[in-house]
Structures are given as structure tokens and as C-alpha cells.
Design a protein around this ligand. Structure first.
Ligand SMILES: Cc1cc2nc3c(=O)[nH]c(=O)nc-3n(C[C@H](O)[C@H](O)[C@H](O)COP(=O)(O)OP(=O)(O)OC[C@H]3O[C@@H](n4cnc5c(N)ncnc54)[C@H](O)[C@@H]3O)c2cc1C
Length: 474
């Protein structure tokens, strides 16, 4: 088989991987899709109980819409906000079932590694014309090598949450606490599927983003119905104001209401908030002792369960043999990193970008979707759909269409940060190190992060204009 006749490998059948497949098919290219889960959109299924901030009109890829149109698919109401489960049942599963996609989709098949056939990372001669090798393991444990002419990695970040410890590292005892089942996965369905696990327990939520807010509100509902349920909330910053959002001033009423409800639960004492709390270790017994430092000294919280809501990071291990060029802080493609760096951006606003900006020294290899944002938490599906449209055009040789990137961002979207990564080292005075100190150009510092937080009315009209650096205490 000539290299051009080989399929294009798509890793992950989430919203962006499936959109990539649809875009490739429309361009006359052949996808082969590998999905680790038992069905398509396995990661979305895990957070099926969460309602999206983007209405349907921004959740459906245009090539996918055209592909589905031929199947009698009924497009959901453009203005409605689906839950993750609805997104999956009403769009992603029908898309995965379209015969051309179903025939290309290998479920229960995890990609273990990506390389070039016969060449390790150091070999340059003939590299660009050599097929990619994709090593997979299926549900039976069988390991298989596939060949592909190009690779689109849309494997998301859901399976690699950030650790809870300080400095980006797991806290001492964290692995044992996870093994003992005392630390849950991200975004458990506390009032639904996972209710029995949480009812009557003392639960600690760690993190300061939308995921934390969602879990805390659901726990608040559970606590009203199940006596004995206690809720604690630990954050690293000095204040939870950034999570509460703009209240009545918030550009997105649903988000403003969410923040106001959360703030009322804290003020009413139903949620015990621990600010400036940095986790240093865990001790496992029947319960979990969470050890932390605070400005007033060491502290220990004894809880039954801990829910982490500290964001995600990309799994780059399987790309070890690929020549990547990543922005060092965010771990996104180099040119994309500065556009989405959570130090400076808290909303989904991003310049339109496609194949060119997402390229790596490894020709015809792309990271797209949630994973393309590296450690930045503000990715929106609409952004991913434009990424894969442009990449499919580039792979088909239509450079003009590939370069003609356009992005109409939804007026709503995920517009928060799941803070909790590394930028919280106490400065000498006990305050928190600000990125302003790190920005040598005073004008840039003023423009990017040192001015006061302002409501964001461009693109997605929620959140703060200046990202983490503008949070109170930063
Ligand atoms: C709670 C929540 C709410 C969100 N709300 C919105 C919203 O309102 N609007 C919006 O635009 N965006 C939203 N997002 C952000 C983002 O759009 C979604 O996370 C979206 O699912 C990202 O799509 P993806 O295809 O890039 O990744 P994913 O949906 O994570 O899909 C990746 C797939 O790859 C598979 N996979 C992983 N590793 C491998 C491997 N090694 N081999 C094979 N398969 C693998 C996974 O099983 C998964 O099915 C939200 C995210 C979350 C978590």
C-alpha cells in the first residue's frame, strides 16, 4: 500500500475525534479511529450528569451535521443546553453509528504508543515519507501495530487529572489514598449514580473551578436529603470570589446563579470553606486524614471521602517517539500556548487557529481537542471542530481552505479555571506570587495581568479578562 493510500489515524472518539473522522470522510480521506472506552464518547459518559454551558448550536460539527443529515437524524433545538448524557445520546452516539464511521471505529482499543515505522525519534533520513506506526491494546489484551499516513491525537485529558499535592506532584500518600478508594475520580454523580457512596459522609472537595462548584452544589442538595452528610471545601487561593463569578453582573445568568447559590451555602455554614490550604500529605485508615499547610500553620482535616477538582493535564507518554514542539508551561502546541495560558486567560476566547498553528516538527502529526490545550482548562468543542476542519483540509492538500480559519465562539462556554496547579507558592509576606512579577515588560504586565479584574464581554461574556493572575490574592 502506498503511503497516501493509508488511513489517517484518529486517537479518541470523543466529540473532536468523531468530528475529525467526519471532516476526513468529507475530504475523501479514510479514517481509522481508536477509542479506549467500550463505546464512543466514553469520557463524556463519565460526566453525563453535568449540564453544558454551550447550547446545541455550538456542540455539533458542521461536517458531522451533514453526515448525519443523510440518516434522518433530528438536530436538537439550537438554543437548549444539553447535559453530557444528552450530548452523547442525541449526537455523539448517532454520529458513531453512521456506517462510514462505525466501520472505522475500534472501541475498547487503547493507543499505547505512536512512532514512525522502523524509525525512532532520532532518525531523520526519509522520516517524512515513512508511515506512522500506532501500537494499540484491545479489550482482550492483544497488542497490534497499525500503519497510518497521518495521526490526529484527540484523546482528551479526562484520564489524567492533576495531582492534589503542591508543586504539581502527588502529595505523600496520595496514591495509597486513591487505591483505598478514599479519593474519587473527577466529577462523581453525587446526587445520582454515586449517591450511596456519599450519603451521610463527610466529603472534602478540593479545587476552585466549575467542577468544584458543580460537585459542591450537588452535595448541598444531597445534604438536605441525607442527614449526617457534611461538606468541606479546600482551595489554595485566599478567597473563593473567583468561583462565585459575577452574581447578577455575570454575562451568563445560569453561571451567575450557580455562583450565588454556592456563596449562600458557604455563608450559611452548610459548606465549610478552608482557604489558603495547600495539601502536603494523606494518611489512610478507615477514613482519610488530609494534611495541609495554611498561613496559620499545619492543619489536618479528617474526612470520609475526597473529590478532586483540580483540573487535568495531557498524557504525553504515548507520544515519546514523536517530534513534538510544545509550549513549555502549558504543554500545548508552541504557538497555541500563549493564546490560552491560564495565567492570562480565563475565558474561551481564542484566535481562530488550525493546521498551521497546531503543527509539530513531526509532519502530519496533530494534537487536537481538549488535549491541544495542554494544561489550560478553557477548551470549547467549537474550537476543536474548526481545528479538525482545517487539518482535514491540509491533509487533503487544500491549503487555502486549511489556512482560512474561522471561529465563531459561542456566547456561553466553559469560562472558568480549575485552578489548583502550581502558581500558588506563598511569597515572603505570606501572599501569593503573582505573574506580574514574572512579566519583564511593564506595559505587557499592566495589560495582561496587573490591572483589575473586569467582567469579560467579548466572545464568551463571563469570567475575568485576565486569568489566574487577576484572581484575588494573586
Ligand atoms: C464537565 C465538563 C463540562 C464541559 N462543558 C463544555 C461546554 O459546555 N462547552 C464546550 O464547548 N466544552 C465543554 N467542555 C470541554 C470539552 O469540550 C469537553 O471536555 C469535550 O469532551 C472535549 O472533547 P475531546 O474529543 O477533545 O476529548 P474527550 O471528550 O475527552 O474524548 C477523548 C476520548 O479519547 C479516549 N482516549 C483517551 N486516551 C486514549 C488512548 N490512549 N487511546 C484511545 N482512546 C483514548 C477517551 O476514552 C475519550 O473517549 C466540558 C468539559 C467537561 C469535563
Amino acid at each position: 500500500m502506498t503511503e497516501k493510500a493509508l488511513p489517517v489515524a484518529v486517537i479518541g472518539a470523543g466529540p473532536v475525534g468523531l468530528a475529525a473522522a467526519a471532516e476526513l470522510l468529507e475530504r475523501g480521506l479514510t479514517p481509522i479511529i481508536f477509542e479506549a472506552g467500550e463505546t464512543a464518547a466514553a469520557a463524556v459518559a463519565s460526566w453525563g450528569h453535568i449540564r453544558l454551558f454551550s447550547p446545541w448550536q455550538y456542540d455539533v460539527d458542521t461536517a458531522a451535521r451533514r453526515l448525519l443529515a443523510g440518516t434522518g437524524w433530528q438536530e436538537p433545538d439550537a438554543e437548549t443546553l444539553p447535559t453530557g448524557a444528552e450530548l452523547r445520546e442525541q449526537y455523539l452516539q448517532p454520529l458513531a453509528a453512521v456506517p462510514a464511521i462505525a466501520a472505522a471505529l475500534h472501541t475498547s482499543t487503547r493507543v499505547l504508543a505512536v512512532s514512525r515505522e522502523g524509525l525512532d525519534k532520532t532518525c531523520s533520513a526519509g522520516r517524512e515519507g515513512t508511515p506512522f506506526l500506532i501500537r494499540t491494546r484491545d479489550g482482550d489484551g492483544t497488542v497490534t501495530d497499525y500503519r497510518a499516513r497521518a495521526v490526529i491525537d484527540a484523546s482528551g485529558t479526562w484520564h489524567t487529572p492533576n495531582p492534589l499535592g503542591q508543586a504539581g506532584l502527588p502529595a505523600i500518600g496520595e496514591a495509597e489514598a486513591i487505591s483505598a478508594g478514599l479519593i474519587t475520580g473527577p466529577l462523581p454523580d453525587v446526587a445520582g449514580r454515586d449517591r450511596a457512596r456519599f450519603a451521610g459522609k463527610h466529603v472534602l472537595v478540593v479545587g476552585a473551578g466549575h467542577s468544584a462548584a458543580n460537585t459542591l452544589l450537588e452535595l448541598g442538595t444531597l445534604a438536605e436529603q441525607e442527614p449526617g452528610t457534611r461538606i468541606s471545601w479546600a482551595i489554595r487561593s485566599t478567597s473563593a470570589a473567583g468561583v462565585y463569578g459575577g452574581g447578577d453582573l455575570d454575562g451568563l445568568p445560569a453561571r451567575g446563579a450557580l455562583g450565588s447559590r454556592l456563596s449562600a451555602l458557604v455563608e450559611g455554614g452548610q459548606i465549610q470553606l478552608h482557604t489558603s490550604f495547600t495539601i502536603t500529605g494523606f494518611k489512610v485508615s478507615d477514613t482519610l486524614a488530609v494534611l495541609g499547610t495554611t498561613p496559620s500553620g499545619e492543619k489536618q482535616l479528617d474526612v470520609d471521602l475526597l473529590v478532586p477538582a483540580t483540573g487535568f493535564r495531557p498524557d504525553l507518554g504515548m507520544l515519546r517517539e514523536i517530534r513534538l514542539e510544545l509550549e513549555p508551561a502549558v504543554e500545548a502546541p508552541r504557538e497555541l500556548g500563549p493564546l490560552i495560558d491560564p495565567e492570562f486567560h480565563s475565558c474561551g476566547t481564542v484566535e481562530p487557529h488550525g493546521a498551521k498553528l497546531l503543527s509539530h516538527p513531526e509532519k502530519d502529526f496533530y494534537i487536537v481537542g481538549m488535549k491541544s490545550y495542554g494544561r489550560a482548562p478553557t477548551f470549547l468543542m467549537a474550537t476543536g471542530y474548526e481545528q479538525v476542519r482545517s487539518i482535514a483540509a491540509a491533509l487533503a492538500g487544500d491549503q487555502r481552505a486549511a489556512d482560512d480559519v474561522q471561529l465563531v465562539l459561542p456566547e456561553t462556554g466553559v469560562c472558568s479555571t480549575d485552578l489548583g496547579s502550581s502558581c500558588d507558592a506563598p511569597a515572603d509576606g505570606g501572599s501569593v506570587v503573582s505573574c506580574c512579577a514574572a512579566e519583564p515588560d511593564p506595559e505587557l504586565a499592566a495589560a495582561a495581568c496587573c490591572s483589575a479584574p473586569e467582567p469579560k464581554f467579548l466572545g464568551i461574556p463571563t469570567g475575568l479578562a485576565h486569568g489566574r493572575s487577576a484572581q484575588p490574592g494573586a
